[in-house]
Unconditional design. Sequence first.
Length: 414
Amino acid sequence: MVKKTFNPADYRQKQEKNLNQGRKPGFIFDVVLDDESLTNVVKNANTACVLDYLEGKQYLGAMYPSKPCTYIVCNTLLFKLLNLPTMWAFELLSGMYVYYFAPTNEASFNRLQSLENEDIISIYSCYGIVFNKYQMLKLCPNWGDYKLSNLPQLTPQTLDFIEETAQKVIDNKDNFFQINKLKPFYNMPLALSAKLGKVVLAINTHILLEHLLQQMTHSSAVIDNTYSDVYLVNYAQFQKGLAFQGKHKRKDVVIDETLKELQNNAIIDDFEVVDDNLVFESALITKHIKQRIRRNMGFYAQLPPTKQAPIIATFINYLAWISDCPSNFAQLTIALDTLIGQLGVERLLKEHRLGEIAKLLNLLRCYGVRYGLLCMPPNSTEITSKNVKYLLQNRGKLHEFFVLKTAENGKEKK
């Protein structure tokens, strides 16, 4: 890839285009000092004047409407939850969005102002968006379709919606919260999929993790995951949705055990039940929860109710990671002894139990095919202890017995 060199003339041309686009609905630009009071230097400056001043670090540009407006200034989360049908701009310097509406009456304006909360929402009757040379304005795609003279009115229904949504964000300013009705799917971050392919977890832990991922996928973290690591889930509802394998322990005991196993394996960082809510943190998952690698709930339902199920689950997770990985692996490259280590059954190698290893490999291949992640090799037969010995001596040959299902042999890559 050829790296493009920075061209100041081209960059200035883009800035001019951006500012001239901003003027279209009737906005004007001032030049102000970058101080606490934003002291005005030039009023109603032309585009060239603004850009000339921005070459000096002590100056900022400021965009003001030429007619009165009602401004709703909000953070990223509230902006995306509101998705209001009017023009908007993004101020990179503060990281806040500005919605523009026609002037409203005093009662409605006061009602909006009562919602004001630091770093979440502010209401103004006069507001200028400030910018510098490298943090310019970002305008909504249909900016040019609006005029200040025909901005939408704030209807009672819109006010109700703003009030309800803003209050929900304010009430949950320190944690992620559910924003959509739970549907039977979840995002599976690639980093988590890779980790699950290298650690053996109890099946009930996999079941619980699916429900955690479902909650996270339908939470505010998929909109903005920069302000917290904490998730808040109604514990009674969460508990009700879980169906664990085995009935010899109370559900709350199993939940505690599985959460501790996830914590011990650094999949979640902390958890507790507080005021009827399950509170948990996971930096690993939160960082990647926006990845849209979708799985349906019940991914592990096909596994057998046996002691080998956790081992099979680890292998299926490993294959699923390969399937979703953008590297597009054509074949397995892992050696048999390495795979056995990932599956936590090194004792079979140490004790030279090649027959048991062969039985396990047949079982893993069977479930890999059942999950649609493997296909049987041509002229395939059962894997024997003789084959295991061959694979231990030829560490790069596992792909001869475990054939990935790829675009070439019947599965289109995502």
